[in-house]
Write a protein that binds this ligand. Sequence first.
Ligand SMILES: Nc1nc2c(ncn2[C@@H]2O[C@H](COP(=O)(O)OP(=O)(O)OP(=O)(O)O)[C@@H](O)[C@H]2O)c(=O)[nH]1
Ligand SMILES: [Mg+2]
Length: 609
Amino acid sequence: MRKDSIRNIAIIAHVDHGKTTLVDGLLKQSGTFQAHQNVEDRVMDSMDLEKERGITITAKNTAIFYNNIKINILDTPGHADFGGEVERSLNLVDGALLLVDASEGPLPQTRFVLKKALERDFPIILVINKIDRSDARINEVVDEVYDLFIDLDASDKQIEFPIIYSNAKEGIAHNNLNDKSTDLIPLFNTILDNIKGPKIIDTKVPQFLITSLDYDSYVGQIAVGRLNNGELSMNKFYSLCTNSGIKANQKFAALYTFNGLNKVQVEEVEAGDIIAFAGIENISIGDTVSDNENPVPLPRIEVDEPTVSMLFYVNNSPFAGQDGKYLTTRHLSERLNKEILSNVSLKVVATERTDVFEVRGRGELQMAILIETMRREGYEFMVSKPQVITKEEEGKTFEPMEKVFLDIPEEKVGIITEKLSLRKGKMTNLQNNGTGRVNLEFSIPSRGLIGFRSQFMTDTQGAGIMNKLFDGYSPWFGPIPQRNSGAIVADRNGKVTTYACIGMADRGELIVSVGTEVYDGMIIGERNRDGDLNVNITREKKLTNMRAAGSDSTVNLRPPKQLSLDQCIEFIAEDELVEVSPISIRLRKMELDQNKRASQKKKEKYSGQ
Ligand SMILES: Nc1nc2c(ncn2[C@@H]2O[C@H](COP(=O)(O)OP(=O)(O)OP(=O)(O)O)[C@@H](O)[C@H]2O)c(=O)[nH]1
Ligand SMILES: [Mg+2]
């Protein structure tokens, strides 16, 4: 039976094509907010880091009512590193709105999300968004989407998708480009007409798949998901089907349905709806809540495997414990294990050292978000350079590959091609649009892209656009040259002085400012040539030099380069670490003792590495 009083849909697209903005419009026009209520832009991007970065990081659901029909909407992230969130969300819905920017057209993540939706044979509604853009090329973009469907082997039925043209910012949707509609009603109607209500069996044993976890300081952990069949009510007992067995006699402390951005507490919930509960302990994503006597678990959620890993170390730097609340092995291990309960695309693997954990994920941005979140919570720890996760097959090593799509000014083709070929990239397509910009496509080992983004931004003076898409595995490509500049490293503890900084002007670029406390082995700058340079950055001017004493202030000291967390992660080499605490981000050599570093170097040279 189909439950026609409910619709469950996901909004999927490449990053920035307007998903969250469209949800704002749907929320507002469905009368979810009170007339006087002041609603901020992109209200679904509720996490601090989402607001700061202007991107969606975790998929979230909201519910609106239109013509007495409840539409549960899942807003998903468009950045490739959070692709696991899209895969997870698709478990909750019966159809998808595929948003495509009217000027940019389908981009790599459009392909990824559409492929995932077609695999489930979902009905798709194509929404060409940002039709107000002066550089919109609507008809071309529609054709490109058809090409994409064909390329993904869509069936004839799948290709017969309806098309809506929208300006999500203004909350306008048209069925045809020359429509005069001034609201989103055409989109609401297209959703109701094309995406059917959930298929359910009311009388079957209840089956509820935990698809996301939330936390409420009052009731504790909350599980969100879709009740596929049956019903759930308070005061009854259920089974929790976990990875490690079935636990019977579970009872809810609260049951909720969604209305707008709020959860509404109810006594029972009906099949087909997206609901939440509190009160059952030790749950994780992928668990099923089912009948107490005859539980029937649903298949666990599967997402693509992680491709990068980073090591998380307990902070053992000389400044350890100065800023953080949580520092120990136990703190770090508990926090990381909590993360994997709610983040399906991350994995945590133990290492030979008890104070080091390997965290596996989809990309550097996903890692940076986790690190930033933890540091804001009061954690202090260190992380290593991201590494790719290789596979062994028939005695051979395979490494993850990526397709990179670049849109750059014509005059930058030379330098970018050169940089990418050093990193083992191979150009697979070049298209000159005759507009002064060129589209390039490369096939490259993921390893070659680690740390490339900031170099790309510098080389294109910020005018380049880079997108990438995971592209399977290829045999190991051999060594790829690392950062070609060395680090400037403090050779003793102390405070950075103006005098010492002035002396560094022609040695490279500093990343610490005058007055910063540094330690022996801490990285204080990027050298302008190969090899590390150990320096005394705490040097004071000799007192005998009295006459020049006043001249310090007249020397124009170049301000230090400020590295963001993402840039620090990109910057470090294999023998370096980023040390993060709630207050500071420092870079250091893994081995703080310079004599030991020197002898390690010698050994490497000797062994021909
Ligand atoms: N001109 C124009 N801008 C739009 C439109 N829709 C969204 N935008 C803008 O596009 C930018 C990205 O919008 P978001 O809604 O955050 O995009 P998103 O798809 O949710 O992005 P991610 O969640 O990070 O993948 C914002 O600056 C919006 O104001 C539109 O129809 N026209
Ligand atoms: Mg968004």
